[in-house]
Structures are given as C-alpha cells and as structure tokens.
Design a protein around this ligand. Sequence first.
Ligand code: NAD
Length: 251
Amino acid sequence: MTDIVLVGAAGRMGAAITLAATESSGCRVVAGVDPIAAASGDTRWSQSLAAAYRKGTVVVDFSSPSGAVASAQFCAANGAPLVCGTTGLDAAAEAAVREAGARVAVFRASNFSIGVAALRQLLATALQAVPKHWDIEIVEKHHRLKKDAPSGTALTLADDALAARGLSRDALRHGRHGVVGARTGAEIGVHAVRGGTFVGDHQILLAGDGESLEIRHVAEDRAAFAHGAVAAARFVGSAPAGVYGMNDLLK
Ligand code: NAD
C-alpha cells in the first residue's frame, strides 16, 4: 500500500487526487496539508508537512511554487519520495525541486496526463516531418482562476520545440502586441488564454506556405492528471533516488 501525504490538499487538484486514490487499488491519501485552508478554520487539513508526515509515506505536492520548494526540501531532509506537479516555478525554484533528487526519488512533471505524453511524441514526429522553416505557435487555454501563465505544459511543449530547432528560451514570444514587425523564423509564439472553466487545452500550430497543421490535446476532467499523479506516487514509493518523469512511468 502506498500512503500519500497530499500538499495543496484543499485545492482543485487535491480533490481530484484524493478521488483518484480512492478509485485506485494499493494507494490512499492518509493526510492533507493546506496551511491556507487550515488557517481559514477548515480542520480537515494540517498546517504543515512536518505535522502530517509519517515515515514511509510519499509526499504529493500540487500547491504553489513556494510550497513545492518547501516540500522538496522537507523530502530531501526526511528521506521521503516526492511527486511534484506544481507549475509556475522560476528557474531557481525548479532547480531546488530537482536537487532533492540527489537524496530521494523525485517525480516531476508539468502534466500527468497520458494524452499530453502522446502529444509530445506527436510534436516530435511532426517537427521531423515538416520543413525547418515552418512556423511554430503554441496556444493554451485554462480556467479563469489559474495563477501562472503560460502553463507549465505549454512551456514543456515549447522546450521540446526549441530543442528540436536548436533554439533557446530567448526565442519564445509570449503574446504579441503593437508594431512587432514581421515574424522571424527563429521564434516560437506562446499564447495563454484565460477564462471560464477550461481544465487544460493545448494546441500547437505548425504553419508553412499555403498550408498548416494543428495538433491539440484537451483535458476535460482533472481525473486525467490525478490518475497519473497516483501512478507516479506508486512508482516513486519503490524507486531509488533520482529525478523521474512521465517517460519513466510510461515505460
Ligand atoms: P488550487 O489553487 O485549486 O489549489 C492549490 C492549493 O494549494 C490551495 O488549496 C492552496 O491553499 C494550497 N497552497 C498554496 N500554497 C501552499 C503551501 N505553501 N503549502 C501547502 N499548500 C499550499 O490550484 P490547482 O488547480 O489545484 O493547481 C495546483 C498546482 O498544480 C498549480 O501549480 C497547477 O498549475 C498545477 N497543476 C499541475 C498539473 C499537472 O499535471 N502537473 C495539472 C493541473 C494543475
């Protein structure tokens, strides 16, 4: 049995992961940490990971960038495996999460759905198949309450495309406004749409001369991420120290 301590337990993903664990065999959420919800008087959640943690449990974090770094530091210090799905981390925070992988098993993914794993494979294949001068634009849509933009998944897709084209993150164009001039070949557009209740919609446009190609993934329910996160918790529960991702799970 894999016992999970869930950080960010009162949130949308917290609720989805709690449900997914109930539906899965061999996995259960034994405690939820959410200091913000706890401070508002909700007695279901612990104030801190230190108070909720018991030896042998796996920490699953879907909280905030500062929460993710705190979880990673706690896990490294206490020998606890970590699944981290929080997005919006800057480079230093991302490095801090991954550093924990030197001491414990850390599963890190910006998207835990099987469909997005397939989308990344399709993108790699499409970029090999079309001429190098075709333009790449990424458009993502999320619900109105999402805090970070662009989404972690859009950045992962952008990183895949940048690597395929031999470009750095300086080549990303986050939206366009004003007299920006003609598009250059050495740029990749990334556009974040916010509104309504979209769970996650990622579209990659490859535009050539007189033709274009679109590949797209739509998440309709957070269960798509939550079941992946529960599977990742089972995975890190018996994995040696290191940093793991969706490819390790899908193998
Ligand atoms: P949410 O705002 O509904 O929930 C976040 C919860 O974390 C809140 O209840 C909040 O009180 C709590 N929290 C904030 N700071 C905390 C801290 N320091 N310690 C503990 N808890 C803290 O957000 P959400 O939609 O559940 O998403 C949470 C995170 O997961 C976001 O970064 C989001 O982008 C990411 N996400 C990742 C995936 C994926 O597949 N990797 C999928 C969906 C969402």
